[in-house]
Design a protein around this ligand. Structure first.
Ligand SMILES: [Fe+2]
Length: 294
C-alpha cells in the first residue's frame, strides 16, 4: 500500500473536512489517525483494478484504463473525500515500474490533498511497486513480506491487507498476516472496522475460512471490501457485509459498470454510491445502505 498522508496532505484543505475538525493531521506510523470523533460521518472513495499500463494508450475491451483513472482522479480531487482506498490490481499485466510511475502521476491530484491507501493484487509486483512507492516502505512492513495499513477515520477503523500470492491468480493472506490481524483486533477499541484486500472471499481468497474464524467472532468487523472480479456486488457472509468494488480500468462483462464507489460511513451504517463512468451505467448514482451488525 502507498500512503501519502504524511507527506502530501494539504493541511488547509484537510482542516476543512469534517474529519479534521477533530483530527488535526494524520499521524506518522502504521496507525494513521485521521480523526477520532465517533459522531462524525467519514466519506471515502473505494476504487479497484485500475490496471494502469506503462503505455497510456493501452486498452482492453474498448476501455482505456489510463484515461479512466485520469477522469476519476480528477472528479475525486474536485470534491475530495476524507481518503481513498484502492484494492489492488493497480497495474495492467505484471506490474512494471512504468505502470506505477503512471499511477503515481494519475493519483497526484488526490494524493496532494488526501491519504490514498494502495493494496496489491495478482497483477501487481511488490518489487516494482516498492521501487516507485519506496517512501512508504518503512512503516508499512507490519507483517513480514506483506503490506498492511491501519487507519482511524472518524467513527471507523480501516485495515488494508495484502492478499497478493506471487505468481498465482488466487490470493492468500497467510498465517503471519492472519496472526497479526487477530492480535490487532483483540488490542484495538470497538470502533466499527472495515477490511480491504484484493481477492474475493469464498472464491479466490484461499484462506477465507481461517480469516472468518478470526473476524466472525470479532463483532467490530462490519464489512470486507475487495475487487478482482471487475464486478459491482453486495452480499453478506456470517453477518459481515461483502462489498465487491467495480474496476476503474475495464469490465469483463457488458453488464458491469466501470467506475468507483463513494462510501459515507458512520458508527451504525454505511451508504455506498456507485459512480459509473463506463460500461453499464444503469446504476450510476444509486446507493446501497447497509447497517452494521451489533
Ligand atoms: Fe483485475
Amino acid at each position: 500500500m502507498y500512503d501519502v498522508s504524511e507527506r502530501s496532505l494539504n493541511r488547509r484543505q484537510f482542516l476543512k473536512s469534517s474529519l479534521a475538525l477533530a483530527a488535526g493531521v494524520a499521524a506518522l506510523g502504521p496507525a494513521r489517525v485521521l480523526g477520532e470523533d465517533r459522531d462524525q460521518c467519514t466519506r471515502w472513495a473505494f476504487l479497484s483494478d485500475t490496471h494502469v499500463a506503462p503505455d497510456p494508450d493501452n486498452h482492453y475491451r474498448g476501455f482505456y484504463p489510463y484515461r479512466n483513472l485520469l477522469e476519476i482522479a480528477g472528479r475525486i480531487a474536485y470534491d475530495p473525500p476524507d481518503g481513498v482506498v484502492v484494492t489492488g490490481d493497480l497495474a495492467r499485466m505484471r506490474g512494471q515500474t512504468g505502470a506505477y510511475e503512471n499511477l503515481k502521476t494519475l493519483l497526484a491530484p488526490v494524493t496532494e490533498q488526501r491519504p490514498v491507501y494502495l493494496g496489491l493484487g495478482n497483477h501487481d509486483n511488490r518489487d516494482d511497486f516498492s521501487l516507485v512507492f519506496e517512501t512508504a516502505l518503512g512503516d508499512d512492513m507490519t507483517v513480514e513480506e506483506k503490506r498492511v495499513i491501519t487507519a482511524v477515520a472518524g467513527p471507523m477503523r480501516l485495515i488494508v491487507l495484502d492478499s497478493l500470492l506471487v505468481d498465482r491468480a488466487a490470493g492468500l493472506l497467510g498465517r503471519s498476516q492472519r496472526t497479526w490481524l487477530k492480535s490487532f483486533l483483540e488490542a484495538c477499541d470497538d470502533r466499527p472496522t472495515i477490511l480491504f484486500f484484493h481477492h474475493r472471499p469464498r472464491i479466490d481468497l484461499l484462506d477465507t475460512r481461517r480469516l472468518f474464524d478470526i473476524i466472525e467472532p470479532a463483532a467490530k468487523v462490519k464489512a470486507v471490501v475487495y475487487g478482482h472480479s471487475h464486478k459491482f456486488r453486495f452480499s453478506e457472509y456470517k453477518g459481515i457485509h461483502l462489498i465487491n468494488v467495480p474496476a476503474t480500468g475495464y469490465n469483463m462483462s457488458d453488464s458491469q459498470p466501470v467506475g468507483w464507489v463513494e462510501a459515507r460511513l458512520t458508527e451504525k451504517s454505511g451508504q455506498f454510491t456507485l459512480h459509473a463512468l463506463g460500461g453499464n451505467r444503469e446504476l450510476d448514482g444509486c446507493s446501497e445502505n447497509l447497517c452494521w451488525r451489533s
